[in-house]
Design a protein around this ligand. Structure first.
Ligand code: DX5
Ligand code: ZN
Length: 215
């Protein structure tokens, strides 16, 4: 069964704790936390302060997606704040292997993210060093954008690499995931689906989570 990771980017930040508990009760598997710095992506969101504030709110793993330049500088703070998984963009890491080791040294599961236009080739040599590969199906920066279907073959490509070199690898998809696009992602080989607006804009979050999971 696929795992569902609601992105709190589309939650009501005035009642963030309650919004997280709502998706936890609704059957979420991870809480996806979108960190943006206004440099790597054209938007600014949240930092380690919010991650440490939500840590005691939920027992679900915090899946922290860093859309920031120079992630090495902030990995210790996000680890200390309680991140369980930290994913970094290959495009933002000139020394990707070093950055992944840094995450591991801080006791956090390392993952790597690719933008829609970045080829899978870019992460081939670190496939055994990560616990998660996150494939963006929108250009990162905002919730509520349309799914980019040309990323689907990349999911299958990563699944093939995983079968060969890292069978436990989690393959996560992020951006424009809804009831319909979720099916395509699963068929292509993804096992973790991030969904922000589809879940949080829905009145019944449990129902939306089930719909994305395909139940
Ligand atoms: C985009 C973020 C996503 C986003 C997904 O930059 O990384 O996690 O919140 O939102 P939806 O599901 O609305 O596309
Ligand atoms: Zn994300």
């Amino acid at each position: 069964m696929v795992k569902i990771a609601p992105s709190i980017l589309s939650a009501d930040f005035a009642k963030l704790g309650e919004e997280i508990k709502d998706v936890e009760r609704g059957g979420a598997d991870y809480i996806h936390v979108d960190v943006m710095d206004g440099h790597f992506v054209p938007n600014i969101t949240i930092g380690p302060l919010i991650v440490s504030a939500i840590r005691p709110i939920t027992t679900l793993p915090l899946d922290v997606h860093l859309m920031i330049e120079n992630p090495d500088q902030y990995i210790p703070a996000f680890a200390k704040a309680g991140a369980d998984i930290i994913t970094v963009h290959a495009e933002a890491c000139p020394h990707l292997h070093r950055t992944l080791q840094l995450i591991k040294e801080h006791g956090v599961k390392p993952g790597v993210v690719l933008n829609p236009s970045t080829p899978v080739e870019m992460i081939k040599h670190v496939i055994e060093d990560v616990e998660m590969v996150l494939l963006m199906t929108v250009n990162p920066g905002f919730g509520g954008q349309a799914f980019i279907p040309s990323v689907l073959p990349k999911i299958t490509e990563v699944r093939k690499l995983a079968d060969q070199f890292n069978p436990g690898l989690e393959i996560e998809v992020d951006g424009g995931v809804n009831e319909q696009t979720a099916i395509l992602c699963k068929e292509a080989g993804a096992n973790v689906l991030v969904a922000g607006s589809f879940i949080y804009d829905s009145g019944d979050r449990a129902k939306a989570i089930k719909a994305v999971r395909g139940e």
